[in-house]
Design a protein. Structure first.
Length: 161
């Protein structure tokens, strides 16, 4: 009986490959969501977004309009949030049609740009006279591994109402 179970297990490994077994941790590190999160809050413009604990923050600009965080294990991966005042006379600043809603219920525009070297997920929210931006960047060859992670953060982006 014990020998029969061993052959079943060996056959299962042979058919599925070691990486596909449920106990093997088949998800890559990028696909797993972090256990610990921190929240960046921008007091000037009233927005916030999550970032994994331990990610390295950039030096905020003097205008205090946002910040960037990068993965210490993969410097090509970055999340960034900022906001800017919209000029009412600026005709180019038309509100694009929303295709996404945050968990807060705020309509937004979510765009994906896949380039040769790096790919980007961009969230844009227009509210009153402020335009909010959140952007996630990863090397194109890794972007698929980070997509769920980036989407998780984008859904939880918050603005004061």
């Amino acid at each position: 009986m014990k020998q029969g179970l061993s052959w079943i297990l060996i056959s299962l490994i042979g058919l599925t490959g070691c990486n596909d077994l449920p106990w093997s941790g088949s998800q890559s590190q990028q696909e797993r969501l972090p256990d610990r999160w921190q929240t960046y809050r921008n007091e000037r413009f009233g927005f916030e977004f999550l970032h994994p604990e331990g990610w390295i923050d950039s030096i905020p600009p003097e205008a205090q309009d946002g910040i960037a965080f990068s993965d210490p294990r993969n410097p090509g991966v970055e999340i960034r949030g900022w906001a800017e005042l919209k000029r009412s006379t600026d005709k180019k600043s038309q509100n694009p049609k929303s295709n996404f809603t945050t968990d807060q219920g705020v309509p937004a525009r979510l765009d994906i740009a896949v380039e040769n070297q790096s790919s980007v997920m961009t969230l844009t929210i227009h509210q009153k006279d402020v335009e909010y931006h959140w952007r996630a960047t990863a090397p194109t060859v890794q972007f698929g591994n980070y997509y769920r992670f980036f989407d998780f953060i984008a859904k939880r982006y918050r603005v004061s109402q």
